[in-house]
Design a protein around this ligand. Structure first.
Ligand code: GUN
Length: 297
């Protein structure tokens, strides 16, 4: 048996095209473009790549991109002042402050300063609370992208056993809420979980989000399981001095057991920015008081 490969890259391209169509409709109706502000503090190389990519894809989707860069030694008060000004800027529908922030800044304080109605990352406690009680709000991009791939592959998730490995605020916890909302039986496994292989073996759906290269082995999987690999880990390649990206799952081994699986790269990764654009567009419609048809996106 060889698992179906879930093509996140293709799904993300389709989602971006849908967002672009709706962004044009928004501009016609509102008389302005939907706007996304991205804030980067410091020179973290990975963050710089992400932020550049977010800006480029925002413009390609027909939205306005506002980029704000600060040196690493910026005072927290200056960052908070920028966030406050973006909160009241009517051209800005969504605000994303790229994480991690430099060590002298309090990330929770900065996230809390973002207006919940512009919090397209879904990191504000108000949005975490809305998700927990099933109210409309913003859902973090990576788990929402995972859910879209799961529903596309499996249809109804009702009654399925889902095991999420990892309990972060950005992926594991919101993923659990989303899957509970789809009537899955949800388990969150983490570093203190006893007999992780046995727990994972019960899963019809596995979402691996721990950041440990190829930690999940093929013999942990229930035959036919749908495996969503959120990990992006850089490891040494066979060729001297080269590196390659791998996920949290032993992909080659899992191919023989799983029913379907996301590759790394090309699985969950491309979904994150596509969902961010989707969230920014939803924010624009809401902020402008315009109706977005149910299920339009
Ligand atoms: N750093 C890594 N991923 C993310 C993300 O999804 N949002 C923000 N704000 N920072 C990140």
């Amino acid at each position: 048996m060889s698992a179906d490969i879930i093509d996140g890259k293709a799904f993300a391209a389709t989602l971006r095209a849908r967002v672009a169509g709706l962004a044009r409709a928004f501009e016609d109706a509102a008389g302005r473009k939907a706007g996304l502000a991205v804030v980067l503090v410091g020179e973290d190389p990975a963050s710089q790549v992400y932020v550049r990519s977010k800006g480029k894809q925002t413009i390609e989707a027909g939205m306005a991109s506002f980029e704000h860069r600060f040196p690493a030694e910026t005072a927290e008060a200056d960052l908070l002042a920028l966030v406050e000004s973006l909160n009241v800027d009517s051209a800005v529908d969504g605000i994303l402050v790229q994480l991690p922030l430099p060590a002298h800044m309090d990330e929770q304080k900065v996230i809390s300063a973002i207006s919940p109605d512009k919090d397209v990352d879904g990191f504000h406690v108000i949005n975490a609370g809305r998700l927990a009680v099933g109210q409309p709000g913003f859902v973090p991009c990576t788990p929402l992208g995972c859910l879209m791939l799961l529903k596309d592959k499996l249809g109804s998730l009702s009654g399925l056993n889902a095991v999420i490995i990892g309990r972060s605020n950005i992926v594991g916890k919101p993923m659990a809420q989303l899957l509970l909302g789809e009537s899955c039986t949800v388990t969150i496994a983490h570093s203190r979980t006893r007999d992780m292989p046995e727990v994972v073996r019960r899963a019809d759906i596995v979402v691996a989000a721990v950041g440990r290269a190829e930690m999940v082995k093929a013999d942990w999987l229930k035959p036919g399981a749908c495996v969503i690999d959120v990990g992006i880990n850089r490891v040494a390649a066979a060729e001297e001095g080269k590196t390659r990206l791998v996920g949290d799952v032993d992909f080659a081994g899992a191919l023989d057991v799983a029913g379907s699986i996301t590759p790394v790269p090309g699985g969950v990764g491309p979904m994150t920015i596509a969902v961010l654009l989707r969230n920014a567009l939803v924010a624009a419609y809401r902020n402008a008081g315009l109706q977005l048809a149910d299920g339009a996106i």
